[in-house]
Design a binder for this molecule. Structure first.
Ligand code: CTP
Length: 395
């Protein structure tokens, strides 16, 4: 169950923090992708570099980015939407009490509030702490919130005392994580979702074509995210330059016409996401042989391709959700809103080529999710943006 899942591991300031490094490895061995957030006191037990190098990702401690020029003020929201499961191991009495009261004074506690995923708390404490009335009360409270609590194990404690308070064995934590993830039914369970990705190629002759620099990364991220939310996904893609997910059924196409034909047999899907950068024009004539340059100056007559999204909008089935994309270079919101109406889509994910961190080929995006009466802004990695977009449409 943990294979391919995304886990945020929250590490707080108890001596068992050193065991969290091994726990992280266990999650990875089970096939999960792990990001770590630590409380400031946890960093006194284990250096954050340890977790950064093991997770191959930055470790988040503060809400405020270290780089004062950074505009990444919403990391806790991105991480909260990215995760399939949030595991706090070890969880001190202090962090437990903050979680029980909704305090959000660091990255870990803020991400708890932003999390859409289930939360598993592994309290570890020494001496009588675990049995103290306030801890008992807080544990009850967080369970009433719907958070999962894994009882600590008994044995030797760091103080030399013996009692209940140790971090449970890794296999017990993994078994609980597995059980929780297995019990979650995503909002797209039993739904059929078709996603298009990448560019199309419109051939002029056998060696030349008209295309665009789309890598397909955003479309692939949308397909992966839909699958993560439980959908049965079909990915129809042009010639992408990004790896395709092995566990998603994919169909390769070349031209806009091929993509149109491929999607028609799936036009009854519950959700269609047109993330592909479909060529708007194709040559009137496709030469059978290479056009030779000795023929001198040449020009190409173009005709419009079928607007696939507009066609889907015209033939929209009851209850179907149509999501389009819009890549603009000016008047982003105005143009994207016009596309929403013109193509009878339910949502348009709009981004601007002129915005930093958005556009072709890069791993990040900065988008506006435009609905009939709404406009929400998201930025982050393409995976995070895909999680925010689908998380907001299908909550
Ligand atoms: N689209 C489509 N078929 C086309 C062209 C575009 O289905 N032939 C879809 C894209 O996949 C995207 C949306 O329409 O979801 C908007 O694409 P975009 O290229 O931004 O808009 P266009 O309709 O092509 O308008 P323009 O080029 O004038 O901005």
């Amino acid at each position: 169950m943990l294979s391919g899942k995304r886990i945020v591991l929250g590490v707080t300031g108890g001596i068992a923090a050193y065991k969290a490094a091994f726990l992280l490895r266990e999650f990875q061995k089970a096939g999960a992708e792990v990001r770590v957030t630590m409380t400031p006191s946890a960093t006194r037990f284990v250096g954050l570099e340890t977790f950064a190098s093991l997770s191959q990702h930055e470790v988040a401690v503060d809400i405020f980015p270290k780089d004062t020029q950074s505009t990444d003020w919403t990391r806790h929201i991105n991480w909260g939407e990215w995760a399939d499961l949030f595991v706090i191991a070890p969880c001190t009495a202090n962090t437990l009490s903050k979680i029980a009261s909704g305090i959000s004074d660091n990255m870990l506690t803020s991400t708890i509030l932003a999390a859409r995923s289930p939360i598993l708390i592994c309290p570890t404490m020494d001496g009588e702490m675990y049995e103290s009335p306030s801890v008992t009360e807080n544990l009850k409270k967080v369970q009433e919130f719907g958070f999962y609590v894994l009882e600590p194990a008994s044995g030797f404690l760091a103080s030399g005392l013996e009692g209940k308070g140790r971090l449970p064995e890794f296999e017990d934590i993994l078994a609980k994580a597995d059980e929780i993830i297995g019990s979650v039914e995503g909002p797209l369970a039993d739904k059929k979702v078709v996603v298009t990705a990448g560019p199309t190629r419109e051939f002029i002759d056998p060696v030349r074509f008209i295309s665009n620099p789309s890598s397909g990364k955003m479309g692939v991220a949308m397909a992966e995210e839909a699958a993560r939310l439980g959908a049965e996904v079909k990915l129809i893609h042009g010639p992408v330059s990004t790896p395709l997910p092995e566990d998603i059924h994919s169909t390769a196409v070349v031209s806009a016409q091929d993509m149109f034909e491929a999607i028609q047999s799936h036009s009854d899907a519950d959700v269609i996401i047109m993330a592909a950068a479909v060529s708007d024009f194709t040559p009137e004539e496709q030469h059978e042989h290479k056009v030779k340059k000795e023929f001198g100056e040449s020009s190409i007559s173009l005709k419009k391709t079928q607007d696939i999204l507009a066609w889907l909008g015209e033939h929209k089935k009851d209850g179907q959700t149509l999501i389009g994309f819009a890549m603009e270079t000016e008047n982003l919101i105005e143009n994207a809103t016009a596309k929403l109406e013109r193509k009878n889509a339910d949502w348009i994910v709009a981004n601007s080529l002129t915005t930093e961190g958005a556009g072709f080929g890069v791993d990040t995006n900065h988008v506006h999710l435009i609905g009939k009466n709404s406009n929400k802004e998201f930025k982050g990695t393409k995976q995070e943006v895909a999680a925010s977009v689908l998380g907001n449409i299908f909550q």
